[in-house]
Design a protein around this ligand. Structure first.
Ligand code: XMP
Length: 312
């Protein structure tokens, strides 16, 4: 039986022997990286810096919520607003794989800069057992080069610290509860963020539109279904086509938003979610009234395969 208190005491003791200098962690606010950060900070205090890189490609209020969380946990943290840098790097880029590579490289560049400034010698990661047991490179890796901050250590000259390496997800959740870290049962969200939910070039305007549309989808789905009956993933995609519509008695020419909701176990295969029409109604009405640039909403009825879950 996993006992969080015993695990914590033993980990802190081991970490104090292992970590003899400053350490840094890239923390997304997700359960694994946050639990890892809190455990290491219990061992070495302010010699650990938790870094959240705000790529500007996050969901609505994400950076703000992460800041609140870090501060409530008493972590030594830094929120780096790099949104301008990411937007500049993505200017003119249309190809999805190039977007992923640019975002991954930029992330590493920024994180390395901060690690140097902090004189970090150790890199903490929230790796859990399934991450390395399953990292044989499955089918999905050959289809899309999934950007994940897991790719950090090879490029950096830091000693790796992985306090959760032997734990499974349910044990990490128990630990989180024990440490007072709220465990939100949130749906998966891709590392490259909203950049791959804007088909074509990423611009500030399009980011604002897809972020709003996505927030509406999340809010309405979470109101309509309880956790058990919710789709596995649900989000909005902004398409690069404009179509004709009518607002009042005026002709408008606006964007189309696609809604994607899928059922899946692990993302490898997926079935489109057989959604209630009343929910689609509310989502469609809210998106087209609250986001003036959008005048058409469509629902994706493709399974995976042949479609992937994300559109890019
Ligand atoms: P696809 O689109 O390949 O997605 O059917 C399967 C699952 O992976 C997520 N996804 C990503 N996650 N970096 C990530 O960290 C990525 O580049 C990426 N692309 C897709 C997707 O949201 C789904 O859960």
């Amino acid at each position: 039986m996993f006992d969080p208190q015993i695990f914590l005491e033993e980990s802190v003791k081991k970490l104090r022997e292992q970590v003899k200098g400053r350490a840094i962690i890239a923390c997304s606010g997700g359960v694994d990286s946050t639990v890892a950060a809190v455990i290491v900070s219990k061992a070495i205090g302010r010699d650990l810096l938790a870094v959240f890189v705000d790529t500007g490609l996050m969901r609505k209020n994400e950076a703000k919520n992460v800041e609140k969380l870090f501060s409530s946990l008493g972590l030594n943290y830094r929120i780096v607003d790099a949104s301008k840098e990411f937007l500049t790097a993505l200017k003119g880029v249309v190809d999805p794989e190039r977007k992923r590579k640019i975002i991954g490289a930029k992330f590493i560049e920024i994180f390395e800069r901060i690690a140097k400034e902090f004189n970090a010698e150790y890199l903490v990661q929230g790796t859990i057992a399934p991450d390395w047991i399953e990292s044989g490179g499955g089918l999905r890796d050959t289809i899309k080069s999934h950007h994940n901050v897991g790719g950090l250590p090879e490029k950096m000259n830091l000693k790796l610290v992985e306090p959760l390496r032997d734990l499974y997800k349910d044990e990490v959740r128990k630990l989180a509860k024990f440490l007072g870290i709220p465990v939100h049962e949130r749906q998966p969200f891709p590392g490259p963020g909203l950049a791959i939910r804007i088909i074509g070039e990423v611009t500030e305007e399009k980011l604002r539109i897809v972020r709003e549309a996505n927030a509406i989808v999340e809010e309405e789905v979470e109101k309509h279904y309880d956790f058990e009956s919710r789709p596995w993933q649900y989000f909005a995609v902004l398409l690069p086509v404009k179509t004709v519509g009518v607002h009042g008695d005026k002709r408008v020419y606006g964007y189309t938003v696609a809604i994607r909701m899928v059922e899946s176990l692990d993302g490898m295969t997926a079935a489109y979610f057989k959604v209630d029409y009343s929910l689609l109604d509310r989502i469609s009405t809210r998106i087209t009234t609250e986001i003036k640039e959008v005048n058409r909403v469509v629902y994706d009825i493709t399974n995976k395969p042949p479609g992937t879950i994300e559109w890019e």
